[in-house]
Structures are given as structure tokens and as C-alpha cells.
Design a protein around this ligand. Sequence first.
Ligand SMILES: C[S@@+](CC[C@H](N)C(=O)[O-])C[C@H]1O[C@@H](n2cnc3c(N)ncnc32)[C@H](O)[C@@H]1O
Length: 201
Amino acid sequence: MKPFSQACENNKDAILSVITPLLKDKNNLLEVGSGTGQHAVYFSERLPHIHWQTSDMKENHEGINLWIDDASFQQGSKNIERPIEIDVLNYQWLKQSYDAIYSANTAHIMSWRAVEAFFQGVGETLNDGGLFILYGPFNYDGKFTSDSNERFEQWLKEFDIERGIRDYEAVNHLAEENGMKLLQDYGMPANNRILVWKKYC
Ligand SMILES: C[S@@+](CC[C@H](N)C(=O)[O-])C[C@H]1O[C@@H](n2cnc3c(N)ncnc32)[C@H](O)[C@@H]1O
């Protein structure tokens, strides 16, 4: 049975409305941590000019493939690629480069060491002028942006102490260290953000 994320259902249209103009002149995109594959299928069908490469740890590939199977069957979807295995801590950053890298709800799941490796890899993998689009909750000035995010943090830590909502300032510093500059910070429903960095030449 296909895995299902209610959060993806809830946030997909708000995310699509932000990424559509950002990706209008882009051709290929790597998604890191595709999860169920719902976002990849939904967005790639609505952005037919984008060649959408899914990726995740091996254990999520079966579910992503089920979503792609259904999408291909129903829509003749041709611009979505079956998942490649990426663990940001382990993989040799890819030989291929991308115009954009998209990732949702990953930075608070990864350990901080993994987040550092993630940003380094993104900096190495993006084409000049390419965009890194990161969706999720972030703290500002060391503060939660809502009570629900504070409760979410406690829940994350109970599960794994290395998880946690990241500070905007810390991830922005990582981006700058890896050759990217903040282009935009979008407020999203449910106390989430979309941070967009551009790799400079
Ligand atoms: C909360 S899920 C989000 C999935 C999906 N992007 C979404 O928005 O529903 C976190 C994702 O991060 C991935 N992830 C966690 N650690 C990772 C790592 N070290 N390298 C790559 N992906 C990782 C998980 O496999 C999972 O797919």
C-alpha cells in the first residue's frame, strides 16, 4: 500500500504556489528526502518543464516508487525519476549537477552533523545560479515562532535527542559558507517557512 502523509496533503498547494515562479526558468531538480513521494508526484505533474529527481534513504524507495507507478499510470508522467539513494552523511555528492535542490521537513529530522553535510553537498551539487529551496519550521533569534513548534521540538527530542528545529541564523550561515546567498524567506501556513538560497557564481 502507498504510504500517505497528511502533512504533505495539507501543505502541497501552498508550497507549489511558492516554488512555481522560482522554478520557471529551471530544468532539473533534485529532491532530498522525498519521504512518501507525494510532493514529487504532485509537483512534477504541475511543473512539466522540470525534470524531478527523487531521492531518499533506501527504506523509503518502495513507497516513492508506488506513488510514481500510480502517477505514471494515470497521467503518463514522464518528468519524474525513480529515487536514487542519498544519505547526506554517506553519499559521495553526486556527479550530476542540478538547477535546483528542494527538500521539505528534513533539517529538523537530520542531526546537526547531517545538516552540515547536507549544505556542503548542496553547495557542491548546485549549478551556478541554482536554487536551494528548504521547507520546514525554523527558529529566529533562538526563539520558537509558535507554541506548537515548541511542543513539536519536545516531541522530536523525545524521539531522538539529535533532532530539533534549526535556527534560521545557523542554517543561513551554513549556506553562506557553502557559496549561497539568501534570496527569500517565505512565511508558510502552520508556522513553517520556505528558505531559498541562490548559489552565486
Ligand atoms: C519528516 S520526513 C519528510 C519527508 C517529505 N519530504 C515530506 O515533506 O513529507 C524526513 C525525511 O528526511 C529523510 N532523511 C533523514 N535523514 C536523512 C539523511 N541523513 N539523508 C537523507 N535523507 C534523510 C528521511 O528519510 C525522510 O524521508
